[in-house]
Design a protein around this ligand. Structure first.
Ligand code: PHE
Length: 365
């Protein structure tokens, strides 16, 4: 029996040294298969007992079992050692230097376009304008029809506008393409409040009959997000607008000129600029003008830049506000705060405002 016991001892030794040589858990599993696997050395020894007598089987079987247990113990020991080493390496890798100075939490700040919107609100606020907010998902009525925009106007094309669920088949809801719907929404609320006329015209919610009594003037701006299918250095599918509306019994184009020139001087903090009202067309104003701005000094000196659309509110629109156009008159404008931000800070690509790059944004704090 003695030589056989030696065989087993040397098998255990071989197994232990194979396990010891395994540098990774995967190597160790391979080494394990050689000794304890289905066709490994221990299994072979078991099979080799078939020819032995009953007594021999007993003692040989017990000896093989002992050897197997010793091999398994060696395997577990090595497994533990490899796991410990891995943990150690991980701890080392994640080690932190507790003597490093702490990292400050960023203070954050307002986006440059938000800063512009705040300026616009403050300046118009100082001129007696209210600030109104309205929905970005708008009905066909407020975005187009109430603004005297005919069915076949190109802005109503599926390609130019983002339509969303809701509304009717012929007049689906949409993401507002401008802030002009707020002219109607705000004016209707205002007229309802002062006319005390409670009847309303279904979802169009204008008052009827048209109001021709007296009321405080409507003087409001409505800043917010607007949407169009457009994308390049000066256009984005989502952009900002700020609507302005002034309606009263005796409001004229000269008031629009005065207000807008005054606003631009305050916004850009200079008297060194010239404004040009260039004849244009909008369905909801008549006459209409695009407002261009020219700096006489600085990096943009001499160039004309369009900053707003404007005009005298069309009588049909005044009617859709619930007002009698024989008595009430006024002007509206819609300007682009993104453009104003580019001009004020000398930024030449609109997309920078929406990339969310902190290296760009933190310069405005
Ligand atoms: N809503 C127009 C646009 O988006 C601008 C505008 C507003 C023009 C008010 C006239 C009056 O282009």
């Amino acid at each position: 029996m003695a030589p056989r016991m030696n065989d087993l001892d040397s098998l255990v030794d071989k197994a232990k040294s194979a396990f010891g040589a395994a540098a990774t858990p995967a190597d160790l599993e391979n080494a394990k298969a050689l000794f304890l696997g289905k066709s490994g050395r221990v299994t072979e020894l078991m099979k080799g007992m078939a020819a032995l007598s009953v007594d021999e089987k007993k003692s040989r079987g017990a000896a093989i079992n002992l050897a197997k247990q010793a091999i398994e113990a060696g395997l577990n020991e090595r497994r533990q050692a490899l796991a410990d080493a891995e943990l150690q390496a991980q701890l080392q890798a994640e080690a932190m230097d507790v003597t490093l100075p702490g990292r400050n939490r960023g203070q954050g700040g307002l986006h440059p376009v938000s800063l512009t919107l705040e300026r616009i609100e403050a300046i118009f606020g100082s001129m007696g304008f209210d600030v109104a907010q309205g929905p970005e998902i708008e009905t066909d009525w407020f975005n187009f029809t109430a603004l005297n925009t005919p069915e076949d106007h190109p802005a109503r094309s599926m390609h130019d506008t983002f339509y969303v669920e809701g509304g009717s088949a012929t007049a689906p809801n949409l993401l507002r393409t401008h802030t002009s719907p707020m002219q109607i929404r705000h004016a209707v609320q205002h007229v309802k409040k002062y006319s005390k006329v409670s009847s309303n015209d279904g979802d169009k919610s204008a008052v009827s009959p048209l109001y021709s009594g007296s009321m405080p003037e409507i003087r409001v701006i409505a800043p917010g997000r607007t949407y169009r299918i457009d994308s390049d250095a000066t256009h984005q599918p989502m952009f900002h607008q700020c609507e302005g509306l002034w309606i009263g019994e005796n409001v004229s184009f000269k008031d629009l000129k005065f207000i807008f020139v005054d606003f631009c001087k305050k916004f850009f903090e200079t008297d060194d600029l010239v404004l040009r009202f260039r004849p244009s067309f909008f369905p909801f104003t008549e006459p209409s003008a695009e407002i261009d701005l020219q700096f006489s000094s600085g990096p943009l000196a001499g160039r004309w830049l369009e900053v707003a659309g404007s005009g005298q509110v069309h009588p049909n629109v005044v009617r859709n506000m619930g007002l009698d156009p024989e008595k009430y008159i006024g002007f509206a404008f819609g300007m682009g705060p993104d453009r104003l931000t580019m001009l004020r800070y000398g930024v030449n690509d609109l997309r920078l405002f929406f990339d969310g790059d902190l290296r760009f944004l933190s310069q405005f704090q």
